[in-house]
Design a protein around this ligand. Structure first.
Ligand code: DC
Length: 236
């Protein structure tokens, strides 16, 4: 059951579009809660590896999803969220390419998506929520006040990811990242349940030529327009 009268902004799109960064900035600016739905799929994949559960064992993954012991804590000193799985800090490993691939494999399974739905809805608390993912606007929060769908060319997305991973000392090539990203896009777009696609009422923003500041300003201006309507609609 989705709680009414709490504003939601959904920000969907493929990896490397700046979705995570923009969602965090918007949530911070508005003092809203933040849902990184991809982290839930990543954590489920990681937990499956820890417990030696095959990534296609739907029944076992559903049970695991129901008992997933996870914690998100904000580290104000470094201005980032730390993620814990079963008490162990997994902040870095959960962001790896392997975790992304595992997440996208478990995310194909309909019962797994269903099992993670309540956890995602639980993030909806006053004063509002910014939800980052693939199906936030289409399936999880279809009534969201503002739906954004970010895109960017494959080359640009791979370039951004390359810079990020190189910055952390990883040994990667641009070509490998293009292959990895396009395989993940294909899996996310072609699955039968909740595929990666914009909601009919989503505003699409191509970020290929835009920096983070420009996208942030655009999203905030869209929100300012629609938050007035939201407030008006609540006046009885
Ligand atoms: O946003 P991300 O890169 O952390 O997501 C990792 C994978 O998780 C993504 O490739 C597909 C899956 N995912 C999903 O199916 N639905 C979501 N709402 C978020 C992520």
């Amino acid at each position: 059951m989705i709680k009414k009268n709490i504003p939601v902004i959904t920000i969907d799109g493929p990896s490397g579009t700046g979705k995570g960064t923009i969602s965090r900035l918007v949530a911070q600016e508005l003092g809203f809660h933040f849902l990184d739905s991809g982290a839930l799929y990543r954590l489920l994949g990681l937990a499956a590896r820890h417990h030696s559960i095959p990534l296609d064992d739907e029944a076992a993954l559903v049970t695991l999803a129901g008992h997933l012991d996870i914690q998100f804590t904000f580290d104000s000193e470094h201005q980032k969220t730390d993620i814990f799985l079963e008490g162990e800090r997994v902040t870095d490993v959960v962001r790896s390419e392997l975790s992304g691939k595992d997440a996208s494999i478990v995310a194909i399974l309909p019962a797994v998506r269903q099992a993670l739905m309540n956890r995602q809805h639980a993030f909806l608390e006053p004063p509002g929520l910014v939800a980052d993912g693939r199906d936030m606007g289409t399936v999880i929060f279809p009534g969201a006040e503002l739906k954004i769908f970010l895109t960017a060319s494959l080359n640009e997305r791979a370039r951004r990811r390359y810079k990020q991973l190189k910055g952390k000392g990883n040994d990667v090539t641009l070509e490998d990242l293009q292959v990895v990203l396009s395989a993940r896009d294909a899996r996310d777009k072609q699955r039968e349940v909740a595929p990666l696609l914009p909601a009919d009422d989503a505003v699409q923003i191509d970020t290929t030529e835009l920096d983070i500041d420009a996208v942030f300003i655009r999203v905030m201006s869209l929100w300012n327009n629609c938050s007035m309507k939201f407030k008006e609609s609540r006046v009885v």
